[in-house]
Structure formats: structure tokens, C-alpha cells
Design a protein around this ligand. Structure first.
Ligand code: PEP
Ligand code: MN
Length: 342
């Protein structure tokens, strides 16, 4: 249930009103917009009478929320959410709002020279974040599984060397302490409905990049976000990375329509991963541009300095030079959309 508070109500009155609502046994989420204050009620709202709330002197209107996701719902937070991520260079970076987050880097960390060289090159080209997997979810147990803890250490060295915040995938709850210096924790597509992992991330105070499962609906993705948010972590970034379809000429099918749909239903930032969506390096640029044109809040692209020799996903990796050229194109797209690359 959403309670829209009358314009001009002061903060003290809102706090008192929230305490009154909490006394009815629900939890209350306050969203203060430029013009409007919105209170989102979650939990058992059976005891809350819509009529008496509507009659309350501070209430403009009451809107029931039909969808099962509440905190992720745009009704709970009418303005776009912007996730702020401090960088090791002392600069705060943002994803969402006017900012397009650009995350680039290899599928997996392979060695010190590889990750550091890529980090420095993508930074030079204007990327805001370095990605690199240390724990890799591979379809085959015989494929390269990532360097694990050692990979994270190398990623953190590259973070310092390039001065970029880093994104890496967490696969197991018991690894969470290893991620203390990782700036954004990625939940991979295969783990989108690992509810224990999602709950644990709800308890941590770090931005989470939540990838859509290859066979998950938009509503399931939003419910996965709700798991994290219901634990008190509101900093969730959604990622469309392609879904399974009958088409086999691309690795997955990029669901571009998920972008406006997610942004309509939710206030959370939505980014697109054109690398896993297509599996084809030559298609990454056009899909990245299409994503920005469709309203995405950023992209995550796999970049490798030697794609032919990559230990993982080489066929979809673009080179640092192609990435630099793509950044120039994206700047033009961003300008048209009135947004800033971050
Ligand atoms: C990744 O980004 O490294 C990855 C494994 O992607 P996905 O979970 O989308 O397959
Ligand atoms: Mn990959």
C-alpha cells in the first residue's frame, strides 16, 4: 500500500505519522521526492484500513500495490534510484538518474599483467568500473573455473593501479568476507534465484548487480531484487543479459524491451550486458548503443587484450581499441539522451 503525503507536510509530522503506521504492525519505507513524499507500507496490511488512512489529515491519497514486489516497485519510489559507488581514486561514481554506468573488463581475471593492462586501458577510454570474475560459474566442471581468491587479489591490485571501482561475481555465501574491497557484488544469471545468497546480500551494505536469469521473467527478476531489498539493502542494479529462446545464432536473445518495462515497473537502475546477450564480439557495439537508446542506465562489456587466447568467453570479448571506439559512439548517444557517461 502506498500513502502519498500532502505537499508541504514537514519532516517531523511525517516521522510521527510513520511511527503511528509502524504501530499498526507494518514496516514503512519513506521516499522523499522533489515535490512529493511517499510512504510505502509492507508486511501484513490487513489491519490497516484504507478508508481511515484516506481520512487522515496528512494523507493526499492511498494507492494499493497489486504487484508482489513492493520495495522494488516504482510506486514506492517514484523517482529513479541512483546508486552511488565511491572509487579508490576518491571520486564518487553513479549508476542511474542522469548517469550511465560503463563497466568493462575481462570475463575472468587470468593473471596480473592481463587484468592490470586491461584496467588501465579501459580507464583511459573512459570506463567508470572494472569488471573481472574470480569465481566463475561455468557450464562444464572441466572448464576454467577462475582463479578464486588469488583472482580477487589481482583484481584489487588492478583496482588500485587504475583507480577504478570493481565489480565481481559472488557465487557462495561463505566467500562474502573475501569481497570486502569489491565495490559492486555481481549475482550471476544462474544464481538469480539463489534465495539464500540474495538474503545474505540483503544484510550487506554494498551495491549488488543482479543479472536476469536466462529463463526468468521480468517479474521474477524484480522478486529477486525484492529479496535483497527486503533485507535492507536498497542498492540494487538490474542487468538484462539475454534470455533463452529458440534462436541459436546468438548465445542468448537480448530482450531490449525488458529495459523500458523494468524502468516502468521499478525505480532501480537497469543496465545491459551485450556480451553475454550475443556471444559475438562484432555485435556488442550495436547492442550497447541500442541499449542506451532504449533507456538503459549503463552497460557491462567484456574487454580482453588478447581475445583469441582468453581463458573464458574470448569470442564475445572486444579489444581495448574497439572499446575506446565504442565509448566515443556512446558519448554521442548519451548526449542525445541528455545523460552523462560514468
Ligand atoms: C559474467 O558476467 O561473468 C557472467 C557469468 O554472466 P551471466 O551470469 O550473465 O552468464
Ligand atoms: Mn563471460
Amino acid at each position: 500500500m502506498i500513502v502519498v503525503v500532502k505537499a508541504g507536510t514537514d519532516g517531523g509530522e511525517i516521522r510521527k505519522f510513520m511511527a503511528y503506521l509502524e504501530g499498526l504492525g507494518v514496516s514503512v519505507h519513506h521516499s522523499q521526492g522533489k515535490y512529493q513524499s511517499v510512504l510505502g507500507l509492507v508486511g501484513d496490511t490487513a489491519e490497516v484500513s484504507r478508508e481511515s488512512l484516506e481520512a487522515h489529515h496528512l494523507v493526499e491519497k492511498v494507492i494499493p500495490v497489486q504487484e508482489p514486489y513492493k520495495r522494488a516497485n516504482r510506486l514506492f519510489h517514484p523517482e529513479d534510484t541512483r546508486v552511488d559507488i565511491p572509487g579508490p581514486d576518491g571520486r564518487m561514481r553513479h549508476i542511474g538518474g542522469e548517469f550511465l554506468g560503463i563497466i568493462a573488463g575481462p570475463c575472468s581475471v587470468e593473471n596480473r599483467d592481463q587484468i592490470t593492462a586491461i584496467a588501465v586501458e579501459i580507464k583511459k577510454a573512459g570506463a567508470g568500473f572494472l569488471r573481472g570474475g574470480a569465481f566463475k560459474p561455468r557450464s562444464s566442471p572441466y572448464s576454467f573455473q577462475g582463479l578464486g581468491c588469488g583472482g580477487l587479489e589481482l583484481l584489487l591490485e588492478a583496482k588500485k593501479a587504475a583507480g577504478l571501482p570493481v565489480v565481481s561475481e559472488l557465487m557462495a555465501i561463505h566467500h562474502i568476507e573475501l569481497f570486502e574491497d569489491v565495490d559492486v557484488i555481481q549475482v550471476g544469471a544462474r544464481n538469480m534465484q539463489n534465495f539464500n545468497l540474495l538474503r545474505e546480500l540483503g544484510r550487506c551494505r554494498k551495491p549488488v548487480l543482479l543479472k536476469r536469469g536466462p529463463a526468468s521473467t521480468i517479474s521474477e527478476l524484480l522478486m529477486a531484487a525484492e529479496y535483497i531489498m527486503s533485507g535492507g539493502n536498497d542498492t540494487v542494479i538490474l542487468c538484462e543479459r539475454g534470455i533463452r529462446s529458440f534462436e541459436s545464432s546468438t548465445r542468448n536473445t537480448l530482450d531490449l524491451s525488458a529495459i523500458p518495462m523494468l524502468k516502468r515497473k521499478s525505480h532501480l537502475p537497469v543496465i545491459v550486458d551485450p556480451s553475454h546477450a550475443t556471444g559475438l564480439s562484432w555485435m556488442v557495439g550495436s547492442m550497447a548503443k541500442a541499449a542506451i537508446a532504449a533507456g538503459a542506465d549503463g552497460i557491462m562489456v567484456e574487454v580482453h587484450n588478447n581475445p583469441e587466447e582468453a581463458l573464458c568467453d574470448g569470442e564475445q570479448a572486444i579489444t581495448p581499441d574497439s572499446f575506446a571506439a565504442l565509448m566515443k559512439d556512446l558519448e554521442k548517444y548519451a548526449r542525445i539522451e541528455g545523460r552523462v557517461l560514468e
